[in-house]
Design a binder for this molecule. Structure first.
Ligand code: SAH
Length: 375
């Protein structure tokens, strides 16, 4: 079903796309709806409103989208309810595993043929789902595979949520080595710029934290929204009363370099993005995470580490250094180990909390749209 899907034009360097091209809407799913809307959808079918809660509980609590398992619902109503509340939103195209099955990446095909990815990562103490919020991305960061491919379309709340529910299902079924488990963390670090698809992402955040039958009942502390730095949206997110963790993809402490690495910097400068981040930390009392991909001889100089430390000093902040995962054909590569060590040392000397991200799933193109790009 790829008939209504045009491949987006590849963006020219620095070009930004904030609005999603108009496309046929994905089917409406109960995860797109509030509890009240689900009841209304069910009464519109001439069925009692409480059926909506039953089906919601099957979806979010028992993680079942298979109507034959809904034994508390009369058999004659199951198909009708499934059609109205849990239509198929996405089908797996490929699943790749690494780290002895504890890292699992899924390439999904959406109803209109768009491709997106999600990754499940199991650690000894937690399970993190890395989810996509858009098919493609309009932010055009030159080191990112997704950014290079352009924006296909925004994802719906249901499509974002379904990625997590699908991972939760695999875990509950014991399909992931380590025994049955639960998703404890969600990071919006798959494809897309979550704050450019604000409304759908806020809906997904509610479904993640709201208790069953409204949602999955996760802790907001385990959820991270990662952004290139859409300043007005960061301020809006701070006011939502959802104390999720904010991650800012900084990648450079100075405007001159950041204008190239993160083109949206031509709209909102480093100082504006950081001011919004500090306001976020003040409002939510949550430590902000600064993402910094270390690129050899581009942004990994000792003076940039010092400048970064200076700009972050005294703030409720943590730096997450990511060794660059080179995209095919790119002239850029990860920093030399000694440069990475010196970068860490200087940040620490400046009093900044810093970690270097592990490179899980590298052999399965775990990073950033590379699987969809290869399709
Ligand atoms: N649009 C959001 C989410 C994107 S992906 C954002 O920009 O924050 C999550 C992180 O991976 C971002 O920090 C992004 O800059 C980084 N990233 C993208 N491509 C990468 C690559 N090839 N190597 C390392 N990190 C990369």
């Amino acid at each position: 079903m790829t008939d209504d899907l045009e491949t987006p034009r590849r963006p020219t360097p620095g070009e930004l796309t904030f609005t999603s091209p108009r496309r046929s809407k994905p089917p409406r799913h109960l995860a797109d709806m509030t509890t009240a809307d689900r009841r209304e959808a069910v009464t519109a079918l001439g069925l009692p409103a409480f059926r909506a809660d039953q089906v919601s509980r099957h979806y979010f609590h028992r993680l079942s989208a298979d109507p034959t398992e809904w034994t508390d619902v009369p058999a004659a109503q199951r198909e009708q309810l499934a059609h109205a509340l849990t239509p198929t939103l996405m089908t797996p195209v490929r699943e790749l595993t690494a780290d002895r099955g504890t890292t699992r990446k899924t390439l999904w095909r959406l109803h209109d043929g768009s491709l997106v990815e999600s990754v499940l990562m199991r650690y000894p103490d937690r399970v993190t789902m890395c989810v996509s919020s858009q098919a493609g991305c309009g932010m055009n960061c030159p080191f990112c595979a997704t950014g290079q491919a352009g924006l296909t379309r925004n994802m719906s709340t249901g499509e974002i949520v379904e990625q997590v529910v699908s991972g939760a299902r695999q875990l509950a079924a014991g399909d992931v080595p380590g025994g049955p488990g639960r998703v404890s963390n969600v990071v919006f670090m798959g494809m897309g710029e979550p704050l450019a698809n604000y409304k759908a992402v806020i809906g997904a955040l509610h479904r993640f934290v709201d208790p069953s039958p409204a949602g999955l009942g996760m802790s907001a502390r385990g959820i991270t929204v990662s952004t290139v730095g859409l300043v007005p949206r960061i301020r809006e997110l701070a006011a939502e009363g959802l104390p999720v963790t904010l991650a800012v993809s900084l990648h450079a402490p100075d405007d001159e370099l950041r204008d190239t690495l993160v083109p949206v910097n031509t709209r909102w400068k480093v100082s504006e993005v950081l001011d919004a981040a500090w306001e976020y930390a003040r409002t939510t009392k949550r430590r902000v995470s600064i993402e910094y991909a270390l690129i050899k001889d581009i942004n990994d100089q000792a003076w940039r580490a010092d400048l970064l430390a200076k700009r972050l000093r005294g703030k409720l902040v943590h730096v997450n250094l990511i060794p660059l995962n080179p995209t095919p054909g790119s002239k850029w590569t990860a920093s030399r180990p000694e440069d990475e060590r010196e970068f860490v040392r200087r940040l620490e000397a400046g009093g900044i909390a810093v970690t270097v991200r592990d490179t899980r799933g590298r052999e399965i193109d775990g990073a950033c749209g590379q699987l969809a790009a290869a399709e």
